[in-house]
Design a protein around this ligand. Sequence first.
Ligand SMILES: Cc1cc2nc3c(=O)[nH]c(=O)nc-3n(C[C@H](O)[C@H](O)[C@H](O)COP(=O)(O)OP(=O)(O)OC[C@H]3O[C@@H](n4cnc5c(N)ncnc54)[C@H](O)[C@@H]3O)c2cc1C
Length: 479
Amino acid sequence: MALASTFYLNTLHTHNNDTLSLRTTRYPGFASNSSLIGSKLLPRSSAVKSRIRPISASHEAFDVVVIGAGIIGLSIARQLLIESDLSVAVVDKAVPCSGATGAGQGYLWMVHKTPGSEKWDLNMRSYKLWNMLAESLQKQGLNPLEELGWKKTGSILVGRTHSETDMLKKRTKHLIEAGLKAEYLCSSDLFNKEPALLVDEDSGAAFLPDDCQLDAHRTVAYIEKANKNFTSKGRYAEFYNEPVKCLIRGGSNGEVEGVETTKKRLYSKKAIIVATGSWTGSVMHDLVRNWGMQLNIPIRPRKGHLLVLENFNSLPVNHGLMEAGYVDHQTAPSPPMVSGLERYDHGRTLSVSMTATVDAVGNILLGSSREFVGFSTDLDESIVNHIWKRAGDFFPTLKTLSLSDLSASRNVRVGLRPYMPDGKPVIGPVPGLSNLYLAAGHEGEGLALALGTAELVTDMVLGRPTKVDDGPFSVHRFC
Ligand SMILES: Cc1cc2nc3c(=O)[nH]c(=O)nc-3n(C[C@H](O)[C@H](O)[C@H](O)COP(=O)(O)OP(=O)(O)OC[C@H]3O[C@@H](n4cnc5c(N)ncnc54)[C@H](O)[C@@H]3O)c2cc1C
């Protein structure tokens, strides 16, 4: 009941450059018979109806404010709501799924993850938590396919050269040693599993039969619905189409006390969590720029296109498929920017690797591209053609079809993966501002890592030991 232990009286507010300096008098304890709403003192009975207590029409107070309603921010809100009795607000400059999350293909696969890497424990924990969520839905009599778009298709990482199949044999061995069910498929086994694939004697694959996928839109809708169940208890609120402009810092210890959006101020007693995906570098720069802090979070937007073919029956795909080259494409370094601006030499940054999945309603999803071209999410037809051509290299049937003939059933999703140069997300408190946390930079695995990240952040906020080592994700590496 943290909200019940502090309330605020605003006496004066002035703007100091971009940073709001709000004189807030804190009233610790909730022992009196009244609570402050607006400038009126109301009887306690009114106050206990809701634990989210507006201080005035344009000020509200919560225990935790989460900035960003992508899969990361919403999952963190969910975890805090179910693991504690804290009140949580989620604020977004747009709406859920408007960022990278809405473009996500939805695979939660382990087949392309590397045992022993710094992210491995978080990968494994998150994988387990997603499976536990699907199982718990089933136990409640709900259908995980309906709720999350959940499908246990298994995943296949396809190699077509000697060096790729050698790598896949080793990978399979390591995945088995790490405790996963995995199998190396020789070319004939691969062909039997996926007859639509072009398979020759040099082909082979790593196969994880237990790998699963979800639908990002259905999953976000499920999490949102679950979070909103806490609204009536006064513990949850959403503020959409409200960009956060700056942080409110005050008190004798200079802690961050809240955020200012374009419409209001949201105070937070316990924690503020920045989960703004690709925008985190610029958001943090703007939020702390007047405080003399050295904090350069090097997250860059890595644009991705995904081609969706609705009611497409010409391509039978039985499992989740990914080409072996995806692993190198994902970890490729970003080239230097042109004159420090968010501009890159387009030709030097584009990579396209084949991924193929069938979603909950039978659409074929063909992925995907990676390029550093700033924050634009404009659809680029040339990239869609690249994806189609790359898919055709693996599925000969597609070479007999023209993409332009499929325009009626075709959809393209575009999103900005939050890319980190060292390949690891940044998760944890900001040094010197202990109640300000970052949770961003998940590049192409934010859906897969969402529940593990949410658990990690929740344990940090609640002061509990974390289930996985948070060291590799520390904000310290940028200070
Ligand atoms: C084509 C494609 C395919 C992908 N496929 C997969 C996949 O199969 N599996 C997988 O695990 N991952 C996949 N990913 C990656 C995954 O989508 C991302 O890692 C994940 O969505 C990142 O989530 P996020 O919440 O950090 O960011 P986002 O979803 O981008 O959310 C960030 C939010 O912050 C908000 N915001 C920004 N600035 C402000 C501000 N000033 N004030 C308030 N709000 C703000 C934005 O509006 C946005 O809603 C894919 C990505 C792409 C592009």
